[in-house]
Design a protein around this ligand. Structure first.
Ligand code: GDP
Ligand code: MN
Length: 348
């Protein structure tokens, strides 16, 4: 028993999720990676990690998308590494260019100004097309149409633990639509007017807001202001039908019209996160503690030691970002009345 002064909440040891490990009951799902040919060598490392820790037992497909054609070296090597079928798609020009309502001169001035202010990717045109594509288009690519769930993988990521169950199947069986492993506060200079656009959408389309949503995750004052919390979208497992549905599409179209993908530098992470927090019931968003993950510069490493040992994790617990100041995962636990694991409160 813990001494009386202990602040540790009572929490049982790690109980593995059981969804069976049979690959016979696969879900209609795919990995998806947006990449340039030049990303190949950073990407192969990600693919090995995902295959070793999970997909070699399941053989899910992998879709690769690019704004130009993939070269043969890229296709040959990634096909050799992926245990499932691979598909390579070129993004249609209309999905990676300026819509006609965008003033391109104004967009260019915005890039120059944000470049002068040294805002990360502030001067980049391609990064803006990428963020807009991930926000509003990847799930509509013809290669993605046949699937129900996706898992987004970027170059240079790492998985640190064995995945003892199929997260796609977990999502399907539990009616989850969106999931995350790392959350944090957004760099506000990239999205100064994003919340104004969101508020306009909420006023114009109250019918699309879900009852029992996770508004509290993204706003501390009932929707007046954005608290900058978002799920980090370089990792996502999500439901494609949700993204293709009328609520999300109305949300994206409304934001897109306001121009902030080009006049500011809106990221797909806050866009997906705010959408999930407003348009889904909060139970439909899932935190995958078991998926230990790295994308520079942050790590999610499970706090519970027995979980790390059971899953043969190789992450360093001290690197875990979950309970640090700029993470929003504490907030996620609090708004869901989820007990934090022992050790969660000790980290600065
Ligand atoms: P960061 O994680 O925000 O630093 O951005 P990344 O450079 O990792 O880009 C996010 C994702 O988009 C990665 O999967 C990249 O491979 C991909 N990406 C970024 N820019 C481009 C681009 O211009 N063309 C293509 N095809 N993919 C891109
Ligand atoms: Mn990245």
């Amino acid at each position: 028993t813990a001494p009386a002064h202990s602040q540790q909440p009572a929490k049982p040891d790690y109980n593995p999720i059981s969804t069976g490990s049979s690959s016979a009951a696969r879900v209609n799902a795919t990995f998806v990676t947006l990449a340039r040919n030049g990303d190949l060598w950073d990407l192969v490392q990600s693919i090995r990690s995902v295959e070793d820790r999970f997909n070699r037992n399941y053989n899910y497909d992998w879709v690769f998308l690019n704004d130009v054609d993939f070269d043969d070296e890229f296709k040959t090597l990634t096909t050799a590494l992926v245990s499932g079928k691979t598909h390579y798609g070129k993004i249609p020009k209309e999905h990676w260019s300026y819509p006609d309502f965008i003033d391109q001169k104004k967009a260019q001035e915005a890039r120059e100004e944000m470049g002068r202010k040294k805002i990360i990717y502030g001067d980049s045109e391609s990064y803006r097309h990428m963020c807009r594509y991930e926000s509003g288009f990847f799930f509509r690519h013809e290669l993605m149409q046949q699937y129900e769930f996706y898992w987004r993988v970027e170059p240079s990521i790492e998985l640190f633990c064995d995945l003892p169950f199929d997260p796609f199947r977990f999502m399907k069986e539990n009616d989850k639509k969106y999931s995350f492993v790392i959350s944090l506060q957004e760099y506000i200079e990239t999205i100064p007017t994003l919340w104004d656009s969101v508020r306009k959408f909420m006023t114009e389309h109250p019918e699309h807001l879900a009852e029992g949503n996770a508004l509290k995750f993204v706003s501390d004052d009932g929707g007046v202001t954005f608290n900058k919390c978002h799920f980090w979208s370089n990792f996502e497992i999500g439901n494609l039908e949700w993204l293709r549905g009328k609520e999300y599409m109305a949300f994206f179209e409304s934001l897109d019209q306001d121009g902030g993908f080009f006049y500011e530098r809106w990221g797909d992470a806050p866009v997906h996160s705010i959408a999930a927090s407003l348009l889904l019931k909060k139970e439909q968003i899932h935190f995958f503690d078991e998926i230990a993950y790295f994308h520079v510069p942050f790590t999610h490493c499970p706090t519970t030691e027995s979980m790390r040992l059971d899953l043969r994790c190789t992450c360093k617990p001290q690197d875990n970002f979950d309970w640090r100041g700029y993470s929003c995962t504490s907030r996620w636990f609090e708004i869901n009345n989820m007990p934090k694991p022992p050790g969660a409160e000790d980290q600065g």
